[in-house]
Structure formats: structure tokens, C-alpha cells
Design a protein around this ligand. Structure first.
Ligand code: CIZ
Ligand code: SF4
Length: 366
């Protein structure tokens, strides 16, 4: 039976232990009706409740394979959108705090990308014939839909290399958004000259580029970045290597090119976790990705004598994902148990349809 929605005000000042207790109680009431997903960057006090853990795509896929009515996504907004797009019709995607966005995803929006496309038309003629739009999965659903409509595709940090091949097989140039670093690192590994990968600044006319630069470019890199991964610097690696010459460095490709070039391994969150778990006992690692993941991994591999250290001297957490705290999770689950669906993430059907085209192209390739 449905009751009035319980207001968050009653949870705001809840002590952590009480919130934990209420999460457990609400989950017991909901049983299999709710599946709780936690991204690798999620804070420990929420992560402990996860049914499924992983990167954004893996989580969306796994959730759609369950029959749970409620997909409670402890991650950020674009991840819940992907879960909504990929889930079965009877499933509902929920984000416990609607303010949990992704600052990188917010660096591109449909108005700016559409303007970019118009300006490219002026310089190149019909961009649908010469540029493939590629969006990183860290982007809003309407940008995935834009890619679906314009012969483009979605990529993740795992499959970006094969996606770039797919894109270049079709058209001579790529517009890559919103993360310039993932785009640059992927292009660099394909042997594309750095001066053929130019940055498109969406706040300037024609991206701040001359018509020659646009005509000459192979990849137009959107001026976007992750606020967490931008903290990692090559100097951190250099200093660490002086102290630990035998140590190994692994970074996420959202880090800048100098960090990636000076790392022994570069890859997605799943790749980082797998690589360190499979490494020899007693190895020492410097890791350039979000702190919650690194701390958790360090604890997990400690019994094998592996030492895992965080790359930056400052604390780098995904502050938006951090907003999903035990209080918001307790509030969400209690409402669901009472029959009130709160914080539903629902992508309009016409948009979801186009976005699905771009996502399906990606899944077919990778
Ligand atoms: O797709 C994801 O989950 C993100 C944001 C990063 C990664 O490498 O897994
Ligand atoms: Fe977005 Fe960066 Fe957070 Fe990943 S770590 S969700 S890219 S803000």
C-alpha cells in the first residue's frame, strides 16, 4: 500500500549507525524487489550494502539480467541513465541523491555539441559524412542519443581503442567528448600525431580553432576532464619511482597524457582491479584513480603482501558520488519499502531509443 512520501528532512541528521540499521531493515522488507548497485568509486559505508559492484556498464548490464523491480544505483547520474536505458521495461532506475552528477559529464551538453556540429558544417560541409561523434559513457543520455542519430557511438575506458577503429573505418575524423584525456591517450596509442588531435573549446566560436586546424585534425577533443583524475601528475610518479624503483605504476586513462605515458599500465577501473589482483605477491603499486577504489583494493591485496599506494598527495575522491551516503540510501529504501518511488531516473523514450542505438553499436563492436 502506498503512503505519503517520507521527507528526507527526517534522515538528514540521522546518525550513521542508525542509517545503517535502517538500510538493513528496509532491504529485508524489499527482498528481491530491489537490487543495489555500487560503482567502484562508492564510499565504503555504502559499498558494504552492494549486491553488485563494477564499472558503470557492467553494473547496467548485470542489473538488467536480474528481475528486480528497483535498480538502486549508488553511482552518478549518467550511470543511472544507462541502467534505465538498458533495463527491462518493468524495471525502475533510482539514484539515491539527485545531486550526484559527474562534473566531467556536465562539461558537455546538447546545446554546446549541437552548436559545435553546426560550426563544423560551416567548415567541412556535412559532418555526417566526415566526422564520427564518439561519446564517452560519462555523458548525459541526450548526448548518447546525438551519437545514435549521427552515425556515432558510445565508448568506455575499456573499449575506447576498438571504438576509435570503428569510427575511423567509417569517417576520416572523430569528434570525441567530453573527456579530452581519454580521447588523446587512445589516439596517441594509435600513432596519431599530437598536433592532429586539437582541443575544441566549446565556450569559443569554432572551438577556438582556425578552419585550417579543423580541416587538418583527425580527432577533435572536447575540452572536458575529470576533476579527480586531473590531480595526478607526472611528478608524483617520478618521485615515487626514485623511492621504489622496483614498483609498478597503473593509471586510469582519464589522467593526463604525461601520467599515462609514464605509467606501466593504463586502463579502466575493472582493468586496474584485475591487474593488481593478478599480480605477483609482494609487488608494490602506485595507482592513479579514485581514492575509495584504491583504499579498498589496498586492503584486499594486503594479505598477499602487495602494497598499493595512492598517486596524489591530496585526497581525491569523486565528490559527487560521495553524496550517496547512508542517510540518502536509507531514505530511498524506506520509501521504496513503503511503496513510494523516489528519485526515479527516467530517460524519455525517444531519447532512450536513439541512445540505445549508440550503445548497441558499442556492444556489437566490443
Ligand atoms: O565507466 C565507469 O564506470 C567509469 C566512470 C570508469 C571506469 O573506468 O570504470
Ligand atoms: Fe565523473 Fe570523475 Fe567522478 Fe568519474 S571520478 S564519475 S569522471 S567526476
Amino acid at each position: 500500500m502506498q503512503t505519503a512520501t517520507i521527507s528526507f528532512d527526517r534522515f538528514n541528521s540521522l546518525r550513521d549507525e542508525d542509517a545503517q540499521e535502517r538500510i538493513r531493515a528496509a532491504r529485508a522488507r524489499l527482498g528481491d524487489r530491489a537490487v543495489l548497485l555500487c560503482h567502484h568509486y562508492q564510499r565504503a559505508d555504502v559499498y558494504q550494502h552492494a549486491d553488485l559492484t563494477g564499472d558503470s556498464l557492467k553494473l547496467a548490464r548485470l542489473a538488467s539480467e536480474t528481475d528486480s523491480e528497483f535498480i538502486v544505483f549508488c553511482g552518478v547520474h549518467f550511470m543511472a541513465e544507462v541502467a534505465d536505458i538498458m533495463s527491462q521495461p518493468h524495471q525502475v532506475a533510482i539514484l539515491p541523491d539527485l545531486a550526484a552528477g559527474c562534473s566531467m559529464a556536465d562539461m558537455a551538453n546538447l546545446a554546446k555539441v549541437s552548436r559545435c556540429w553546426r560550426e563544423l558544417t560551416e567548415v567541412l560541409g556535412n559532418p555526417d559524412e566526415c566526422i564520427t561523434p564518439v561519446t564517452y559513457i560519462n555523458s548525459a543520455a541526450d548526448l548518447k542519443a546525438f551519437c545514435g542519430e549521427h552515425g556515432g557511438i558510445v565508448c568506455t575506458s575499456t573499449n575506447a581503442p576498438v571504438i576509435l577503429d570503428w569510427a575511423f573505418e567509417r569517417r576520416e575524423k572523430v569528434l570525441f567528448f567530453p573527456d579530452q584525456h581519454l580521447g588523446r591517450w587512445t589516439g596517441f596509442n594509435k600513432g596519431i600525431d599530437l598536433d592532429k588531435m586539437v582541443v575544441w573549446d566549446p565556450d569559443l566560436e569554432y572551438g577556438g580553432l582556425t578552419p585550417e586546424q579543423i580541416r587538418d585534425a583527425r580527432i577533435l577533443l572536447w575540452k572536458g576532464h575529470c576533476s579527480v583524475h586531473q590531480m595526478f601528475q607526472e611528478s608524483h610518479i617520478r618521485r615515487w619511482r626514485m623511492q621504489h624503483p622496483e614498483g609498478l605504476v597503473i593509471s586510469h586513462p582519464e589522467s593526463n597524457l604525461d601520467v599515462c605515458r609514464n605509467s606501466d599500465y593504463v586502463g579502466s577501473t575493472e582493468y586496474i582491479i584485475k591487474t593488481i589482483k593478478a599480480a605477483d605477491p609482494g609487488t608494490r603499486w602506485l595507482v592513479g584513480t579514485e581514492l575509495n577504489l584504491v583504499d579498498r583494493l589496498a586492503e584486499e591485496v594486503k594479505p598477499e603482501g602487495k602494497i598499493v599506494q595512492f598517486m596524489a598527495p591530496t585526497v581525491c575522491m569523486c565528490s559527487t558520488m560521495q553524496r550517496i551516503d547512508p542517510q540518502h540510501l536509507a531514505w530511498t529504501l524506506e520509501n521504496l519499502a513503503e511503496g513510494n518511488v523516489v528519485n526515479r531516473i527516467s530517460v524519455p523514450e525517444h531519447e532512450a531509443e536513439q541512445a540505445r542505438i549508440a550503445l548497441d553499436r558499442m556492444l556489437a563492436v566490443s
